[in-house]
Design a protein around this ligand. Structure first.
Ligand code: NAD
Ligand code: UFG
Length: 339
């Protein structure tokens, strides 16, 4: 009998791709999502890719009564918790909204899990918990100095779950710190479609390539990096999705708490991404080098060696494939799930 995995935020970018990886690995995902930043039409695409109808419950992780009912009615074996808000700028403008969604949301979820006796939790954390690192690659032992309410909310949840694990060592918890997730499923049927003007590099480049935006503004060309532009550790969303399945298999081995970076260990500059995308799409990407963006770190990338040794996971897809898959999704769905 296939294990039921509750995927909060499963209609979103990373959660939807993880549902594909879960089905491929023989699990049965059940999605809980309030559709605050996603489109219900993703479900039909997931059915096309997986050949399975994935159960969807529309609702909020902060709704304790809903969670109690959900756990009563489903024999959930483990929870993957993606539901959260992720825009750094919005978190500065409305911190209480971020702490409520991200911290209180996880508190309500963990309490409902405890009441239901579900003790396996995979949590979406972020490399943003490191703040500006002393050096790269960043190991998990590096100090955490988040710089935004969003980053603090992720770190607070990590601390809360670590404290829970001390009190209840029979829990199995993985805190996964993602670097920069990009790309799309290779079918081109699911991908990332930010509402409004994209904040992040890859969706912006995609929209320039498809003609929705005129030019990319490169935020800074005078950083102390090889070409002067910012360097990040971009990781393919299907690699991340497979990392979650690896974390679930690891959790099945024994109770414990692990904190693991999910990245490639390779840095790429803004101009590296532009060049790889031009090659993937055959489209020129017009850009202007502008001023630095407030709050940006010049360069960082992760040390993924702990993920290799503990989870037996390694990112397999390179920058070129990230761009090819992003482009396939973008060109066939210029307006997202509404096409
Ligand atoms: P996303 O916005 O596409 O997905 C999040 C999903 O959660 C959305 O479908 C949204 O509707 C849902 N949601 C939000 N709050 C909810 C709530 N209270 N109750 C129920 N559903 C709710 O974002 P994503 O890129 O897929 O990110 C998933 C997780 O990974 C988030 O927790 C995010 O902070 C974390 N993360 C993302 C990145 C990134 O760059 N994409 C990097 C590091 C960490
Ligand atoms: N960039 C541009 N032009 C743009 C957008 C971005 O030049 O229009 C540059 C940025 O300056 C940076 C790089 O592209 O050098 C990547 O920027 P993103 O906005 O794509 O990603 P960030 O590294 O700034 O942040 C992302 C998520 C955060 C998360 C962080 C670490 O947006 O939520 O990764 O995981 F915290």
């Amino acid at each position: 009998m296939s294990e039921l995995i509750l995927v909060t935020g499963g209609a979103g970018f990373i959660g939807s791709h993880t549902c594909v990886a879960l089905v491929a690995a023989g699990y049965t995902p059940v999605i809980l999502d309030n559709l605050g930043n996603s489109d219900v039409r993703v479900l039909r695409r997931l059915a096309t890719i997986t050949g399975k109808t994935i159960e969807f419950i529309e609702g909020d992780v902060r709704d304790r009564a809903l969670l109690d009912r959900l756990f009563r009615e489903h024999a959930i074996a483990a929870v993957m918790h993606f539901a959260g808000l992720k825009a750094v700028g919005d978190s500065v403008a409305d911190p209480l909204h971020y702490y409520d969604n991200n911290v209180n949301g996880t508190l309500v979820l963990a309490a409902a899990m405890r009441a239901a006796g579900v003790k396996t939790l995979i949590f979406s954390s972020s490399a943003t918990v490191y703040g500006e690192p002393e050096s790269s690659p960043i190991p998990e032992s590096a100090p955490c100095r988040p710089e935004s309410p969003y980053g603090h909310s992720k770190r607070m949840v990590e601390q809360m779950l670590a404290d829970l694990h001390v009190a209840q060592p029979d829990w199995r918890i993985a805190l996964l710190r993602y670097f920069n997730p990009v790309g799309a499923h290779q079918s081109g049927l699911i991908g990332e479609h930010p509402q409004g003007k994209p904040n992040n590099l890859m969706p912006y480049v995609c929209q320039v390539a498809v003609g929705l935006r005129d030019r990319l503004a490169v935020h800074g060309g005078d950083y102390p990096t090889p070409d002067g532009t910012g360097v990040r550790d971009y990781v393919h969303v299907m690699d991340l999705a497979e990392g979650h399945v690896a974390a679930l298999s690891h959790a099945a081995l024994a109770p414990g708490l692990v904190t693991v970076n999910l990245g490639t260990g390779q840095g790429a500059s803004v101009l590296d991404v532009v060049k790889a995308f031009e090659l993937a799409s055959g489209q020129p990407i017009a850009y202007d080098i502008g001023p630095r963006r407030a709050g940006d770190v010049p360069a960082y990338w992760g040390d993924p060696s702990l993920a290799h040794s503990t989870l037996r996971w390694k990112a397999r897809r390179g920058l070129q494939q990230m761009c090819e898959d992003s482009w396939r999704w973008q060109k066939s769905n210029p307006k997202g799930y509404g096409n």
